[in-house]
Write a protein that binds this ligand. Structure first.
Ligand code: UTP
Length: 407
């Protein structure tokens, strides 16, 4: 891309400042910046203030499969799930491309050491949890690890150095998600240096498209994997490829399953499962009106009572259509490292602008059928988002101890 073409492209979105230091750069830097401008989709900034993009349709309740029903059918589900796992039809996708800004560590979140008397890394917990199932199954399952430009090398190095915590390395595959530019509150894209725009990973909703774009989907197809269990890096009690969950989704002929927990309180800050215009969906806590929050079902229980924990089982063939569609773009307030006017690199302590993300929860609305599958919160949900307080290292440690994990 030439300077003139780049200027024109940037001009369309009011981003000409990206080239303001161009004359000061050497040839290599100039070429890099032009390449970045060429590859960047600047239309994302148009999402700022555009509520229409994420506007919800008509919300109605969606019943979850609750613990008692799961218990009744546990053996049957376990057997069906195990059969699928042993036949190699189930793979797992670890979403580890996020920047974990709330936790505030420079390393990938999975490298965080939560141990007290010994080392105990978040990644380690996930491998150990996965091996609970693969040992029972008597065979490994393919694990696809999504990283981003910001943490790829460190993640691969760390897992390799730790020999995948005993997991079969041949079954671990890495792929990088795409990046999006990050902007200040007025929509101007931040510069990270004179020759580089600030970017951040484009949200966890990009995982399937990135699997396709990086060629990882070929491994999925070749291996005969039909189901992908997608999960977040930060839940150290995460059950991965849980045979009972897999079996329940298969037996109930759904194209996606979502692990859910009963909400603590009607206003708990979790996204809840629902129907939106008759299709499965997730309504975020800030979108839940008073009326919906207090709505009751025929048993007198809250009608929107089950929160998602970012653990989904997708039928791979149902995702193909998604490649043609664009998921809604969410404008998320975050801390964005940038270069100030004096040329200093700043790592802000407080949010200072917007990132643009698509979210895995929006994929659910594109699916024809979804099984919300209840799990016991204290046994399966210990997210680490913050350093202290709610969903923190401290709360996760307490939950690990409660589950007999020595730290
Ligand atoms: P979070 O929503 O907690 O985002 O991610 P985050 O970026 O990691 O953390 P904060 O908000 O900056 O503190 C939920 C899951 O989605 C993954 C994360 O790695 C985590 O497993 N994720 C998030 C991605 O894989 N890519 C992204 O672009 C964003």
């Amino acid at each position: 891309m030439t300077y003139a073409v780049a200027k024109e492209k940037l001009g369309k979105y009011g981003q000409e400042h990206v080239l303001q230091y161009f004359e000061e750069l050497n040839e290599v830097e100039q070429a890099e910046l032009l390449k970045q401008v060429e590859a960047t989709d600047f239309s994302v900034v148009e999402a700022i203030g555009n509520e229409e993009l994420v506007k919800k349709g008509k919300i109605t309740p969606l019943k979850a499969m609750e613990l008692a029903e799961i218990e009744t059918n546990r053996d049957k589900y376990y057997q069906t799930g195990m059969e699928a796992i042993r036949a190699g039809r189930v793979g797992a996708v670890l979403l580890a491309g996020g920047m974990g800004t709330r936790l505030g560590s420079d390393d990938p979140k999975g490298m965080y050491n939560i141990g007290l008397t010994k080392d105990m890394y978040i990644f380690e917990r996930l491998f150990v949890n996965l091996m609970d199932v693969t040992v029972q199954a008597g065979c490994p399952i393919h694990l696809f690890v999504m990283t981003s430009d910001k943490n790829h090398e460190a993640t691969v190095k760390f897992m390799t150095e730790h020999a995948f915590f005993g997991y079969d390395a041949e079954y671990v595959h890495f792929f990088k998600q795409e990046m999006a530019p990050a902007a200040d509150y007025s929509g101007k894209i931040y510069m990270e240096s004179k020759s580089k725009m600030s970017t951040s990973p484009n949200g966890n909703g990009g995982w399937y498209i990135s699997m396709k774009n990086t060629g990882i989907l070929d491994i999925v197809k070749k291996a005969g994997i039909e189901w992908l269990n997608v999960f977040a890096v930060d839940n150290v009690l995460q059950r991965i490829a849980d045979p009972v969950f897999v079996g329940a989704v298969l037996e109930n002929n759904c194209v996606v399953g979502s692990k859910v927990v009963k909400k603590n309180a009607p206003d708990e800050k979790v996204g809840v499962m629902c129907l939106e215009d008759g299709r499965p969906s997730i309504v975020e806590y800030y979108e839940l009106t008073e009326e919906l929050m207090n709505a009751k079902d025929e048993k007198g229980d809250p009608a929107y009572n089950f929160g998602v924990i970012l653990n989904y089982l997708f039928k791979e063939s149902a995702l193909a259509e998604l490649l043609e569609k664009k998921l809604p773009l969410h404008v998320v307030e975050k801390k964005i490292p940038y270069m100030d006017k004096e040329g200093n690199f700043i790592k802000p302590e407080e949010p200072n602008g917007y990132k643009f993300e698509s979210l895995v929860l929006d994929m659910i609305h594109e699916m024809d059928s979804c099984l919300p599958f209840e799990v016991v919160r204290n046994k399966e949900f210990a997210p680490i988002k913050n350093k202290t307080g709610v969903d923190s290292v401290e709360s996760a440690r307490a939950l690990l101890k409660e589950n007999g994990v020595e730290l």
